[in-house]
Design a protein around this ligand. Structure first.
Ligand SMILES: [Zn+2]
Length: 305
């Protein structure tokens, strides 16, 4: 099969983004719609509809980036923190329904692969990515290839422990003081409530900080230092040459969060990795998840050839 285009579907907690993706990462016929979260059936039907809209004879495979833990051996979604998707033989279901090879991956992995191939990570062999959004996702490129662990459920970098006695983690996670609850956009919303009151948003907190408000700047710097603490662990464990920070909250807050994170990560991690390491913002923006889903589809297409 020599199809040069696939359908990529980036399933998020609030919206589904999808499109037709070429081998060079270009996206055409982009579509977006709210994620149906009332039930698992509605969610699956919503996914069917967006694929059907884009499907034609030239499409060779379909790839899904999903905010779930996945067993890659069976193609089953094990559990999801923020959407109703649990215990579904997802890859088989989609492959049977559409008669095409189907690839699935965790959304953090998909974004990581996209940044590695076409974004901030081009040309590196050892890279870690973190995405700061509603939660904290991430992925690993180790020795020049994506690393997904023994069953394919890795790497949930957002659930690393920063403070074992800290606040309960989000959604279905039973841990405490995880990076996800301390350095996500949701954490920034909580900080906005504390600093600006009642209904303030993370975006307003960032705006106030950009205007020079000391309390707002301190709150974002504290989130940055928590992120930095997570980065120290990542640097010491993986010895990466590059760390890429993406996700909507990170893009909005920029150096207000990234600079304190960088400072703590580089000063407290082991030498000489910290002298060689670069910590940079992602380059593909919200498109990373969709492009990554497309690359996962090409992986399935090439494996089936
Ligand atoms: Zn957690």
């Amino acid at each position: 099969m020599d199809a040069q285009r696939v359908i990529g579907v980036d399933l998020g907690g609030t919206k589904i983004a999808c499109g037709v993706v070429d081998r060079d990462g270009a996206v055409r016929m982009r579509r977006e719609r709210p994620t149906p979260t009332a039930s698992q059936n509605e969610l699956l039907e919503g996914l069917d509809e967006v694929v059907e809209e884009l499907l034609d004879d030239g499409v060779g495979a379909i790839g899904f980036g999903i905010p779930s833990r996945i067993d890659q051996r069976s193609g089953r979604t094990l559990s999801s923190t923020n959407i109703p998707l649990e215990g579904v033989d997802f890859r088989d279901r989609m492959s049977e329904r559409f008669g095409l090879p189907v690839g699935i991956d965790n959304d953090g992995n998909a974004a990581t692969i996209a940044e590695w191939r076409f974004g901030a990570g081009r040309g590196v062999r050892h890279m870690v990515m973190l995405t700061l959004g509603t939660g904290v996702g991430g992925g690993l490129i180790l020795d020049g290839r994506p690393y997904r662990g023994s069953i394919g459920a890795g790497a949930e970098l957002g659930h690393m422990v920063i403070d074992y006695d800290g606040p309960p983690c989000q959604g279905t996670c039973r841990g405490h003081g995880h990076l996800e609850v301390l350095a996500s956009g949701t954490a920034a919303t909580a900080a906005a409530h504390a600093v600006l009151g009642g209904h303030a948003t993370a975006r307003q907190l960032v705006e106030r900080a950009q205007q020079g408000d000391a309390a707002a700047r301190n709150a974002l710097a504290e989130i940055g230092r928590r992120l930095g603490a997570g980065l120290v662990t990542i640097v010491n464990v993986f010895d990466p040459e590059l760390i890429v920070i993406g996700g909507g909250f990170a893009a909005g807050a920029g150096d207000l969060v990234l600079e304190p994170a960088r400072e703590l990560a580089l000063s407290e991690s082991l030498t000489p990795t910290n002298e060689l390491l670069r910590i940079v913002p992602a380059e593909l923006g919200p498109e990373a998840g969709l492009v990554g889903a497309g690359l996962v589809a090409f992986e399935a297409l090439d494996a089936a050839a």
